[in-house]
Design a protein around this ligand. Sequence first.
Ligand code: AR6
Length: 182
Amino acid sequence: MQNTWSIGPGRITVREGDITRLDVDAIVNAANSRLAGGGGVDGAIHRAAGIERLQAACRAIIREIGSLPPGEAVLTPGFDLPARHIIHTVGPIWRGGNANEPGLLENAYANSLRLAHEHDIRTMAFPAISCGVYGYPVEDAAQIALSALKRGVNQGLVQEAVMVLHGEPAYRLWTRAAEHIL
Ligand code: AR6
C-alpha cells in the first residue's frame, strides 16, 4: 500500500510497512534525548541495525553533546540495515499542546531534512515521530509532518521523502491528510 505525490523537484511517498526494511539512503529514528534506545520504532531500528554497534555509536555522540534536545537531529551509520544511515531525532512529548509541541515536531522533521541534505542523502524515510509513546495527536502530527516534508522537498533538500506508517489505520489516516496537504 503506497501513494506518491510529485512535489516541485522531488516527491513524497506515503506507505504502510516496517521502516527498518526500507532500502533508502537514510531512515529517521524517533529517539529519546539520551539516544538510549527504547521501545517502538527505536527498538526495532536498534535490533535491525545491530544493537551493539548502534548503541556504541549513540554513546559516542552523547559523550560529545551531552544530550539531544527535542527537535534536533544527529547521524549514525545504518550498520546492518539496508539503509546506509540513520538520522536520530527527538520528537516532543505531548503535554497538552501549550509546551511548543508543534514547533518542536516541525523542527524534528526540518532538521532531519537539513542534516540529510548536508550528507548528500537523496532518499529518506520517516516514521510518525511522537505518535507512539510520546502521545502526539496523530491528525495534528500528520499535518505538521507532511507540511514540513513538502517544504523540504520543494527546497530540494532531498529527492524523495517517504512517510512510513505502521498498520493500515495509520496509513489511511496519513493518506487522507496527504490528499489535503500535498
Ligand atoms: N516501522 C515504522 N513505524 C513504526 C515501527 C516500524 N518498525 N514501529 C513502530 N512504529 P514510538 P515516539 C510507529 O513510540 O512516540 C521510544 O522508546 C508507531 O506505530 O516509536 O516518538 C524512544 O526511545 C508510532 O506511530 O515513538 C523514545 O523514548 C510511531 O512509530 C520514545 O519511544 C512512533 O512511535 C519516542 O516516542
